[in-house]
Design a protein around this ligand. Structure first.
Ligand code: NAD
Length: 489
């Protein structure tokens, strides 16, 4: 791979620079090296891409579902055959260890599934005398997709595949922190057989190309995964422009409840992975762990031992399971919260210096796992999303107290609970204000055919193999007056 990489935008199946030739620098979070000069898409590029998508829409949406599925199937093959390069590109861009790269398998499953799933159904009705009525489900036209950096190919595939399978044409903006996998996939779009304009891929910052997409009058629907703060800005831009339909998967501050009858070793292993996976940069991470008082000491010891066994270092090394934070901004933010936590928490367990394989590279933006215990529930570290390898271990005495503490948040994405008492599991699971609840399992455990999404400030939609297509289809009712059928009902 020639470094620095010089990626391009994909507009109308042409790989092009930004209209003003502007670029921004992308640095490796592990070595500090300049790894790419990435095009900064301008509002004019957004105009051109939206126009290309709009022009492609009539013929693309007229194809049969099977014809639209063919290029998706080819894409599924390519993301698998090129998985090592894709893993490497995310590792050098945002520090995600190649050992944790499941994204190609995830993407291939989504491209494959939606290549055969685009048979949306309306319904018919004879319930109005004298009418044969029907509802149709039709694509929106131009759909914008804005994705984050923590698993870019996952978000690319889970949104683009159902959107184009349903007959829409897409303008996707990748994250400025991890644009390389989206750029790589964009090089295969023509080769897979997508006509010009069906999928356009832009890189650049949110306040420029992202804002232009969110405000665009021709964009009729927008699917976004990212922070709650940005979701709010996009909601406002949508309201101030054309009230486009928006679907949001946003941030989290997930609780995990560990009852005294739980398998503590399993709970410690899975919740440690839940918060430390991807260096804590996961929306579903169980960043708040509540342990029943009688087992707090044992649980904390087990958890700490696991955190200390993390293999930190070069994300391109297959032995590493804990890479650096994504960039300097993330690194500074996490360290700022750690400093606040040291003031707020009753106790700080800092694994610095004890974790295996700590990189000698002084430029690496690594952050050691940190565990805070006895944290006031009103403190900033208990309330705000840190997005780093920072776990809070607090206690509860009763089931009621555990539920109250778990729900005392504006987020509601993923909650976990550990107990051997099945009735308690169902009772507590029902009361948790959360889009997803793991019983005797923790994030990232999920199921691809169950709705993924959050309550409260964590989102407004649900995505899955079975749910996602709905976001990309408008519904129309057609009332057909027919003389002579009055007596049928
Ligand atoms: P972010 O909100 O900073 O950025 C996400 C995307 O939005 C990027 O492409 C960015 O360029 C763009 N953007 C920024 N400002 C914009 C604006 N004003 N208008 C339009 N677009 C704009 O989030 P991030 O730092 O990339 O990702 C981390 C966040 O994403 C965390 O809060 C995490 O919890 C959340 N997340 C949620 C899920 C989920 O499924 N619920 C999954 C992954 C990440």
């Amino acid at each position: 791979m020639k470094i620095p990489i010089e990626p391009a935008l994909l507009i109308n199946n042409k790989l092009v620079p930004a209209s003003d030739k502007g670029t921004f620098d992308l640095f490796s979070p592990h070595t500090g090296e300049l790894i790419a000069k990435v095009p900064e898409a301008t509002p004019e590029d957004v105009e051109t891409a939206v126009a290309a998508a709009e022009a492609a829409f009539p013929s693309w949406s007229s194809l049969s579902p099977a014809e639209r599925g063919r290029p998706l199937k080819k894409m599924a093959e390519l993301v698998m055959s090129e998985k090592d390069e894709l893993a490497e590109l995310d590792a050098i861009a945002m520090g995600r260890p190649v050992s944790t790269f499941f994204d190609s398998f995830y993407a291939a499953t989504h491209f494959n599934y939606f290549s055969e799933a685009a048979y949306p159904q309306g319904h018919t009705s004879l319930n109005t005398p004298g009418f044969l009525n029907m509802s149709l489900r039709q694509p929106f036209g131009v759909v914008a997709i804005i994705i984050p950096w923590n698993a870019p190919l996952v978000f690319f595939s889970k949104k683009v595949a159902p959107a184009v399978a349903a007959g829409n044409c897409v303008v996707l903006k990748s994250s400025e922190k991890a644009p390389l996998t989206s750029w790589k996939v964009s090089q295969w779009i023509e080769k897979c057989g997508f006509p010009p304009g069906v999928i356009n891929v832009l890189s650049g910052h949110g306040h420029i190309a992202g804002q232009a997409l969110a405000s665009h009058m021709k964009v009729r629907a927008l699917s976004f995964t990212g922070s709650t703060r940005t979701g709010r800005a996009i909601q406002i831009a949508s309201a101030n422009s054309n009230l486009k339909k928006v679907v949001f998967e946003l941030g989290g501050k997930g609780p995990a409840l560990i009852f005294e009858d739980a398998d503590l070793e399993q709970a410690a292993k899975e919740t440690e992975n839940g918060i430390m996976w991807n260096s804590g940069q996961t929306c579903m991470a169980n960043s708040r762990i509540y342990v029943q008082e009688s087992v707090k000491q044992k649980f904390t010891e087990l958890f700490t031992k696991l955190a200390k066994a993390r293999k930190m270092g070069d994300p391109t090394d297959a032995n590493t399971n804990h890479g650096p934070q994504a960039d300097k901004v993330q690194h500074e933010t996490v360290n700022k919260y750690i400093a606040i936590g040291k003031e707020e928490a009753g106790e700080t367990i800092d694994t610095r210096g004890e974790v295996n394989g700590t990189s000698k590279n002084k430029k690496s933006l690594l952050v050691h796992p940190i565990i805070f215990t006895d944290v006031p529930e009103t403190s900033r570290i208990a309330k705000e999303e840190i997005f780093g390898p920072v776990a809070i271990i607090n206690t509860f005495a009763t089931e009621e107290e555990a539920i109250k503490k778990a729900n005392d948040t504006e987020f509601g994405l993923y909650a976990a609970l550990y107990t051997r008492d099945l009735e308690r599991a169902i009772r507590v699971g029902k009361k948790l204000e959360s889009g997803m609840v793991g019983v005797n399992c923790a994030s990232p455990t999920g199921a691809w055919d169950l709705p993924f999404g959050g309550w409260k400030g964590s989102g407004t939609g649900r995505e899955s193999l079975l749910d996602s297509m709905d976001h990309y289809l408008e519904v129309k009712s057609i009332y057909v007056k027919v003389s002579g059928i009055e007596g049928i009902v």
